[in-house]
Every structure is written in C-alpha cells, then in structure tokens.
Design a protein around this ligand. Structure first.
Ligand code: FE2
Length: 253
C-alpha cells in the first residue's frame, strides 16, 4: 500500500518544524522507514506575518538547501511543495495557486483553535468558486469540532476535505472515539503526519495507521490512504457521501 504524507514541517529553518538540514534528513529517513513514499512539504504560512513572495522565496531556498545532498532515503521519496495556510478573511485575496499542493487544486488550511470563525464557510465558498479544494488540517485539534462534529459535516458537505494527524490516534482515548465516528461518517479523508521534529512532534505514520486499523474497518483505512495518494498524484477522486451526525441526548450518532 502506497503512503503519501500530505502534511509535514520538514523543510529546514522555515517554521517551527525541522530546525536544520540534519533534522530534515532524519525526518525523511523516519518517513521512509515508516513506509511513506510521497511527502508534501507544507510549512506554516500566515499572511499577517509575511508576504506571499517572502514565503515562496524562503520555501524555495529551504528546498534547495535540503536537496543539495540527498541520502539514499531521500532519493527514494517523491516530493511536492505546499503550505499550511492559517486562515483569516484576508487570505481570500491571495494567489492561492502558489500555496496549493504543487500542481493540484488542494489547499491545506488551518483554523484557529479557540473558536469557529463565522467567515469560514464564506471564504471556503469563495475558494471553491476559484476551483480550489480546501483540506482542513488536523480537524481533531479544534475543540469546537470535537464538541460539535456537525460543523465539520457542514464544511465537508459543502465540498471541503478533512485531515487527521496520525499522532492524535496514539494518545487521547476520548478523542479517538469521536475521530472514529467522524471517519465512519465519511467526514475524514486523509491521515497525515504533521511532523515537526524527531522528539517533540515526530512523524508517526506507521504507528498511526496501525492504530487506525484497530479502530475502523480495513476498507476505511485503505480509503484514507488511497485518497492521499490520489491527491498527491493529481488523480481525480470523488469523496464518499458524508453522513450527517445527529445529537441524541449527550451522544453524537
Ligand atoms: Fe501543521
């Protein structure tokens, strides 16, 4: 089974991920040993902190620096450039073609953790009018979505995709229960590493996928893995119809 990781902070010295080339190489070796064959580089981008041009230049420089000397593992991997875009209404004015996963219409977006912004649906709609498909990064990290998965349903049924972090399946039991439900409701499309470093936030694709295999049916696991490969490889895919979560007493069913 091919594994594509669509969310990582491996490019050196550009954000809070790999601090230098040595760390970046070690992270790629870990990915390779975990069975990952395709890696998207998605450094954080905040339009309030830097211009798009500054970001793109830094990203290019970081990539060139990393690729100056390739290890055996690095030669075996395929790469695409991307970004994890922190969402604010201001980003709707940006040239998203350059922030999407390279040569694809998919844009990885990060929301605030504190609250569900009222403008999200509107901005997503504007993006979709431009042919862009938002992928909501690590949906399990937003407390408002974990408390109210119907919010995620509203975004997914309007055409957005959703990603979970492999590492999130390894620690928090309570969170796992609702993630499992969200996967079975077809509200999650991709599992990714969101790798930052070997110690603090390591790539854990292998362990995460093993954990996932114990949570949901095998066909759901393979759908999530296939979706990521199709997105990376620019193949068309139609997400499965999402089921609407309903609240029954204190449970989402
Ligand atoms: Fe991230």
């Amino acid at each position: 089974m091919l594994i594509a990781d669509l969310h990582s902070h491996i490019l050196p010295g550009i954000d809070d991920g790999a601090k230098d080339v040595t760390m970046a190489r070690a992270l790629l070796a870990r990915q390779y040993n975990d069975g990952v064959s395709r890696v998207a580089f998605t450094p954080h981008f905040r339009c309030e902190d830097q211009t798009l041009e500054e970001f793109l230049q830094k990203r290019e420089e970081a990539f060139e620096l990393l690729m100056q000397e390739k290890t055996t593992e690095m030669v075996a991997l395929e790469y695409r450039m991307g970004a994890e875009v922190y969402f604010s209404p201001a980003v709707a004015t940006l040239d998203f073609g350059k922030l999407c996963l390279q040569d694809t219409p998919y844009l990885l977006v990060e929301l605030p953790v504190t609250h569900f912004p009222a403008w999200v649906k509107d901005v997503f709609y504007q993006l979709q009018l431009k042919g862009i498909v938002p992928i909501l990064a690590h949906v399990e990290r937003y407390p408002y979505i974990m408390k109210n998965p119907h919010l995620l349903y509203e975004l997914v049924s309007a055409g957005a995709l959703a990603q979970i972090n492999a590492s999130s399946l390894l620690h928090n039991k309570k969170r796992k229960k609702i993630i499992r439900k969200m996967i079975n409701w077809n509200l999650v499309h991709v599992i990714a590493s969101d790798a930052h470093s070997l110690e603090r936030r390591p790539p854990q694709m292998k362990k995460g996928i093993e954990e996932l295999s114990g949570m949901v049916r095998a066909e759901r696991v393979s759908t999530l893995l296939c979706n990521a490969v199709k997105i990376f490889s620019k193949e068309d895919f139609t997400p499965e119809e999402p089921h609407e979560p309903k609240r029954l007493l204190n449970y989402w069913v």
